[in-house]
Design a protein. Structure first.
Length: 155
């Protein structure tokens, strides 16, 4: 995913709508850290998107946050979801499903929830876990022990 320039905040009422969406998403993301079954990453991404349209200060806070910042940087750098995040999401979905199996008597509800979680898990596990090498094959490669030469800027 290429870097996109930061968008300017929308004026007027729309700006307040995006700001409300951003703060609600941050709150839900923070709840998602401790509640199994409630996603965190999706709400962080939504909060960052809404904050970029409403508040440069909130957007910068999210980008530099100890917990949320790395998620946003990884997502911007190619839709990356780390293995640790994938495992945490799969484990939280499994715990939520087990809680539903023990507490909910309506089997169709459990089935639909399980299908939704399975789709979400499949999508999460389909995302890359680390950056792919962006070196071009026609660029000279340094061998072990050699210092690579600075590359010339290409137009």
């Amino acid at each position: 995913m290429p870097d996109t320039p930061p968008t300017r905040p929308h004026p007027g009422r729309l700006r307040w709508l995006w700001l409300i969406v951003a703060y609600l998403s941050i709150g839900l993301a923070m709840l998602g850290v401790v509640l199994p079954g409630l996603p965190t990453t999706e709400f962080v991404l939504l909060a960052a998107w809404a904050a970029s349209r409403s508040s440069p200060r909130l957007s910068a806070w999210l980008e530099n946050h100890r917990l949320f910042g790395p998620l946003l940087v990884n997502w911007r750098d190619g839709g990356i979801i780390t293995r640790k995040t994938k495992l945490a999401s799969a484990l939280s979905m499994l715990i939520a499903l087990l809680i539903m199996l023990l507490t909910v008597d309506h089997r169709p509800s459990i089935l639909f929830a399980a299908l939704g979680m399975a789709c979400g898990a499949a999508w999460i596990w389909s995302r890359p876990e680390h950056r792919t090498s962006s070196k071009r094959s026609d660029e000279p490669q340094a061998s072990l022990g050699e210092t690579p030469l600075p590359s010339k800027s290409r137009p």
